[in-house]
Ligand binder design. Structure first.
Ligand code: ATP
Ligand code: MG
Length: 589
């Protein structure tokens, strides 16, 4: 391809509104163009990279035995009502009113396709003989995200690979899940991503039923807890915490004191007013678990974890109580609840941190009043202690003696054992060997294809631009004649381009009549893995200069076998990615 014949609108300046490197670089390198918040055009270079990611995903899905189909973006709202997800998705679900002759039809633009695929299977599969099967597609999904941002990291319309497995037994589901998990590892490896599979909230099946594939990145919107020593990794909803030891010097207990805190109800306000640290306070949260109120105590500087609370209580549903309920059980307005002197005798669960607190500040169950000097065990005794909060940086690892670090990450993929939620809701049953009917056991598996690119760029760039692995690069090689007015340079560059093309290399010839400096800058910005420079001086010695984008120095090689050698390197690198990986390992030290 000739530069002059394609469309690469590169930019010198940082585009307005672009906050993170991947967004800045994708716009500057001419990969994408914003149409509105959350919707982007993929320009020719961006589309080439996207198609390469898509191709890797497809190859690995096929290799893992999944079967491709394509479902429509439009589906009837009734399907989403049947599974309760019209409600669950809320405003994220994009609904469109269609006029069909005399009827009005409400359709949904699919944010994912569990409903549609399960409905398909409900109609087309009836016997255990047709199972197991894993179906997948690569298609555009629509989500009215509250805050579409960070370029293509979070958009309202994006390309997802979504796969769904259908099995007759839990063992079968585990096999299907493992096949997808393995395929995900190969996909992200081939894409040159540095990723961590982390345990995620598992829903109804419990156990080890869900993993997210996370790319550590400063601007990631998700947080994981990670132990570098043993490799334990989980997202914050899920992360367990190791045994918590008491502090070395517990303050001596003191008498309880009632302190006025007019208008101060939050941890921040009260700690400011009383001059105490949030960690010396106890938050008393009133939850309603399966219809019954319960008090949950969390140290002031920590976050309650609703999933852990739900599991500890053995409840189906848990939610923070409404103000009326809080007032009823505490006898005080919201913000002044405390474990001492609750008006109603409700169960009190405390996080392990609370166990050793000797001089805590808590609400007094009276308006505008707090207690100081509250000692656990002396002034109140929780019914149970449990792990009820989110992991924090520096917490003990639950698997070894090291500590957990919190790391911001980008979620690029998710695998999930669904169980029978959708098959029950949509009557996707199979007849077993004995002719009895059972709901099909499902798994679902998603990858954000656009996010692969954004996550790669977010974590793999330098001050000059993007560093692509060969596997995803829009073009693998750029050929740059230094002087477009020097006939021999132009001829040699053109024939290198032609030969490389014939050898199956994705090659771009920068045939523009601009200064060499401009061409080099653009080549670095876009990040072609290999740059071949054809210059007058080099040609006098019969040489051209080659440079890998991620290496500091260039190398000269003879013109006559340049094309053969380059084609060989590129083919190798396309398959192994070993040069790229080695350079990344060096960069990370
Ligand atoms: P997030 O928590 O980031 O909103 P999610 O957990 O809702 O994502 P899933 O439903 O698990 O996403 O979708 C599967 C994959 O699709 C995600 O792992 C992610 O890579 C991608 N994805 C989800 N939402 C978006 C979006 N708005 N823009 C781009 N990619 C997305
Ligand atoms: Mg997810």
């Amino acid at each position: 391809m000739l530069w002059s014949k394609t469309f690469i609108p590169t930019l010198k300046e940082t585009p307005e509104g672009a906050e993170v490197p991947s967004h800045v670089l994708m716009v500057r390198a001419g990969l994408i163009n914003q149409v509105m918040a959350g919707a982007y055009t993929y320009l020719p270079l961006g589309l080439r990279a996207l198609k390469k990611a898509e191709r890797i995903v497809r190859q690995e899905m096929d290799a893992a035995g999944a079967v491709e189909l394509l479902m429509p973006s439009l589906s009837p709202i009734t399907l989403w009502e049947q599974t309760g997800r019209k409600e669950a998705f809320g405003d994220v679900l994009i609904q469109v009113a269609l006029k069909r002759q005399n009827r009005k039809v409400t359709a949904v633009l699919g944010p994912t396709h569990e409903e549609i695929v399960t409905d398909l299977v409900a109609h087309q599969i009836s016997s255990y003989r047709q199972l197991p099967i894993t179906l997948y597609q690569i298609s555009t999904k629509f989500r009215n995200e509250e805050r579409p941002r960070f370029g293509v990291l979070r958009t309202s319309e994006f390309l997802m690979k979504d796969a769904y497995s259908f099995d007759v037994s839990l063992q079968g589901l585990n096999r299907s899940y493992q096949a997808m998990y393995g395929a995900y590892c190969r996909i992200f490896d081939r894409c040159g991503l540095n990723y961590i599979p982390v345990e995620a909230e598992s829903g109804p099946i419990g156990g080890d039923a869900s993993h997210e594939f996370m790319v550590p990145a400063g601007n990631g919107e998700d947080k994981i807890a990670h132990c570098r020593a043993c490799g334990y990794a989980a997202n914050l909803e899920r992360a367990e915490i190791g045994a918590r030891a008491p502090e070395d010097h517990l303050p001596e207990p003191e008498p309880v004191e009632r302190v006025p805190t007019p208008g101060s109800s939050t941890i921040e306000q009260v700690s400011k007013l009383l001059g105490c640290r949030p960690r010396d306070m106890i938050k008393t949260l009133i939850y309603v678990a399966d219809g019954k109120p319960v008090a949950v105590l969390i140290r002031g500087d920590r976050e309650a974890n609703e999933n852990k609370i739900r599991r500890a209580l053995g409840a189906k549903e848990v939610a923070l109580a409404e103000p009326a309920v809080i007032e009823q059980v505490t006898g005080a307005p919201v913000g002044f609840a405390g474990p001492v002197g609750l008006k109603q005798p409700i169960p009190v669960w405390a996080d392990y941190d609370v166990q050793y607190m000797t001089r805590a500040v808590t609400g007094a169950n009276e308006a505008d009043l707090h207690l100081r000097g509250v000692s656990v065990g002396r002034d109140f005794r929780p019914d149970r202690f449990a792990d009820l909060r989110c992991a924090a940086d520096g917490d003990p690892c639950p698997r070894c003696s090291a500590i957990l670090r919190l790391r911001p990450c980008i979620e690029v993929g998710h695998v999930f054992k669904l169980g029978t939620k959708y098959s029950v809701a949509l009557s996707a049953n199979y007849a077993g060997e004995d002719e009895t009917l059972h709901p099909i056991i499902m798994g679902c598996y998603g990858i954000g294809v656009n996010r692969i690119l954004a996550a790669l760029i977010e974590t793999t760039h330098d001050e000059n631009g993007i560093l692509w692995p060969v596997s995803l690069a829009p073009y693998e090689v750029v050929v740059v004649p230094v002087n477009a007015a020097h006939p021999e340079s132009v001829t040699v560059a053109q024939s290198l381009h032609d030969e490389l093309g014939r050898a199956g290399v994705d090659v771009l010839l920068d045939d523009r009549d601009v200064r060499a400096g401009v061409k080099f800058k653009d080549a670095d910005l876009i990040g072609f893995p290999l740059r071949v420079v054809v210059g007058e001086r080099g040609l006098q010695k019969g040489e051209v200069e080659i440079k890998w984008r991620w290496e500091a120095s260039a190398e000269r090689i003879p013109v006559q076998d340049a094309a053969t050698r380059i084609a060989q390197w590129i083919t190798e690198e396309r398959e192994t990615g070993s040069r790229f990986r080695a350079s990344r390992a060096d960069a990370e030290g």
